[in-house]
Design a protein around this ligand. Structure first.
Ligand SMILES: [Zn+2]
Length: 298
């Protein structure tokens, strides 16, 4: 019976204790009283690592040992180092795995540990909770940024959120600075930059009421996601795709299917499935714990 702790860094740290792919007890949030969506953007990298260590150490049952601890981070993580993190820039270049490992040892927790891209842990969490550990799972996470995750973990940046989906030179809203990126259209932050006078939820509501500018944007939003998914299918083949995340309620699945059908015409590639999963923070937590059992990337 495996015992792990998973911790996810988003706008706060969310962590949980996992036994055999199942969350035991409640998810814990750190720090406890944060409601600002940019809550951690000013917190230095070292303090972020300390917060993660406190979260993990606090979840190891008294007198017990765990088999592994996994940490999910928003950005491009390679061999334990955060190579880039557009949404938490203070983490760029940080040796996250070794500093969390050292912090855990200082707290008396000596355990196999690994760090992952957060979308990859969502994919691992989906695979673990649906009995699909023997299959390929790909997932798009829709929130402040746009994440692309896959299970099993595969070497490479897999920065799917920065897939180029338009050649329009005016598309400059991606947080990374690149033109024409998926996240520059779909990301919450990017939408706030595009519609300076409206919040993203108001844009989607106005589109439903027939506002032309908003309706055109909502079409672009769906077409961009279909384009990025189609690119993944053309490169890696058809298969199973999931869509989830904090802002998943904005996605209209029939529309996505329609645009996918328009872009994928080679019959061997048409055998794909798409499914929406309601936002569930426990997926990434479970995925981080489970993936840490198999991968050790410090
Ligand atoms: Zn980008």
């Amino acid at each position: 019976m495996s015992k792990t702790v998973g911790a996810v860094l988003t706008t706060r740290v969310v962590a949980g204790f996992i036994e055999d792919h199942k969350l035991q007890g409640e998810l814990k949030e750190f720090p406890e009283n944060i409601d600002d969506t940019n809550g951690l953007i000013e917190v230095p990298a070292e303090s972020l690592c300390d917060m993660i260590c406190d979260a993990i150490a606090g979840l190891v049952p008294k007198g017990a040992t765990i088999d592994a601890a996994g940490v999910a981070l928003p950005g491009y993580v390679h061999q334990g180092v955060m190579l880039d993190a557009p949404n938490l820039p203070q983490l760029k270049g940080a040796q996250v795995c070794s500093s969390i490992d050292a912090g855990l040892k200082r707290r008396g927790v000596d355990v196999k540990m690994a760090v992952f891209n957060d979308a990859d842990t969502v994919a691992a969490g989906i695979a673990a909770t649906r009995g699909q550990m023997d299959r390929q799972v790909r997932v798009w996470t829709i929130g402040n940024g746009i994440g692309f995750g896959r299970y099993p973990w595969t070497e490479g940046p897999w920065e799917g959120g920065h897939t180029v989906v338009t050649l329009d030179p005016k598309e400059t809203f991606c947080v990374c600075g690149g033109r024409g990126h998926l996240e520059g259209i779909m990301g919450h932050r990017a939408m706030r930059l595009r519609f300076l006078d409206m919040e993203p939820d108001e844009v989607f509501a106005a589109a439903k009421k027939g506002d032309r500018r908003c309706a055109e944007f909502v079409e672009l939003w769906h077409r961009a996601l279909a384009a990025a998914t189609a690119s993944m299918i053309h490169l890696e083949g058809a298969g199973r795709f999931y869509y989830t995340g904090r802002d998943i309620q904005r996605l209209e699945l029939p529309r996505l299917k329609q645009y996918l059908w328009e872009t994928i015409k080679m019959s061997p590639l048409q055998n794909y499935t798409v499914e929406v999963l309601p936002e569930d923070p426990s997926l990434a937590v479970i995925g981080a714990g489970v993936a840490a059992l198999v991968e050790s990337k410090c």
